[in-house]
Write a protein that binds this ligand. Sequence first.
Ligand code: SAH
Length: 204
Amino acid sequence: MELRLAGVTDTRVLKALETVPRDVFVSDPFLEHAYDNRALPIDCGQTISQPLIVGLMSQYLTLAGREKVLEVGTGSGYQAAVLSRLARRVYTVERHAPLLSQAEARFAALGLTNVVTRHTDGMKGWPEQAPFARIMVTAAARQVPEGLTDQLDDGGVMVMPVGDEGQQWIMRLTRTGHRLKTERLLAVRFVPLLAGLPGDGGTF
Ligand code: SAH
């Protein structure tokens, strides 16, 4: 109800949020806050997004149910699990291996068979699986990585936070042929999208 009042009006998205148990994606010290409408810390210094933001970003992606979706930034796996209820298949990538294995165990425990994972630098997308009808990035970059828009199918939609530590906006890019329409939708705060794998340092 709170999320609906705050703008999540798509009934499929509301249903997906209802059916994915967020407590499965939150670890011990924060379990009692699993159903609070706030972001929470997860391992490797990252965060599981606020349910409202997960709902709005899922809604911005305009999913009908048959799409092939790329998510960059698996984190806890919560957003990927929500997307798995809204699309045909979700390809989710994460640069922190420990986060990815925890997320994989959660997908298996929930019987989510349409989520596939990869340990990689998601700035480069998943070239072997491209093009994607939808792309969602859940970490913020100063600019939209060209490597990702290149993997967006004709008519495809990509949603991601763009900006620096001071100010970030959820942007939606819609591809028509070689044209990309850009919309600025919502002010947000996300962890940074970092290039490379953790061992290489990582640059914003
Ligand atoms: N969607 C997640 C949100 C996690 S926070 C959830 O629902 O819990 C964003 C995640 O993006 C972090 O786990 C971070 O490690 C990851 N990330 C940042 N830069 C990345 C990159 N270049 N490639 C893949 N993952 C990245």
